[in-house]
Design a protein around this ligand. Structure first.
Ligand code: RTP
Length: 154
């Protein structure tokens, strides 16, 4: 991967509630239509141990145990998306952590009303994206490829 801003990457997950509600395709479509490139994708039921690592920064929060239990309660879809400013733009596309503060047009603003069932996760900085991508994917699971239509996006 080059250091071009066009190859910035973020980790996006459709949480177990998003999978159960059949929102995987919609969420993928939003990122694809925006022009972002999917470079890794898998469904898995994550273990509590893995999720404790993912949410290590929140370990002191009162909602931590419930969050880990919920996130491990069913399969989720883990993805890596690539493109210009994708970390910040991805967070904007997701909406606010509390869906009630999320604007219509965002994923959470369109599909959720409860903080503990807010459909999706997105890395909050380029640094945490790098850590999260490493936690969820082996290098060999992330693809480097050109799209024929990249010249119509950039
Ligand atoms: P995420 O990591 O899932 O993308 O969410 P986020 O950055 O917007 O929010 P964060 O503070 O990292 O919290 C992670 C997830 O924990 C749940 N949460 N519950 N007060 C609460 O009950 C509470 N606060 C946060 C949310 O599901 C949030 O997405």
């Amino acid at each position: 991967m080059s250091d071009s801003p066009k190859t910035e990457r973020t980790f996006i997950a459709v949480k177990p509630d998003g999978v159960q509600r059949g929102l995987v395709g919609d969420i993928i479509a939003r990122f694809e239509k925006r022009g972002y490139k999917l470079v890794a994708l898998k469904m898995e039921q994550a273990t509590e141990e893995h999720l404790k690592k993912h949410y290590a920064d929140l370990s002191a929060k009162p909602f931590f145990a419930g969050l880990v239990k919920f996130m491990s309660s069913g399969p989720l879809v883990a993805m890596v998306w690539e493109g210009l400013d994708v970390v910040k733009q991805g967070r904007a596309m997701l909406g606010e952590t509390n869906p009630l503060n999320s604007k219509p047009g965002s994923i959470r603003g369109d599909y959720s009303i409860d903080m503990g069932r807010n459909i999706c996760h997105g890395s909050d900085s380029v640094e945490s994206a790098k850590k999260e991508i490493q936690l969820w994917f082996k290098d060999s699971e992330v693809s480097n490829y050109q799209r024929a239509n990249d010249c119509w996006v950039y």
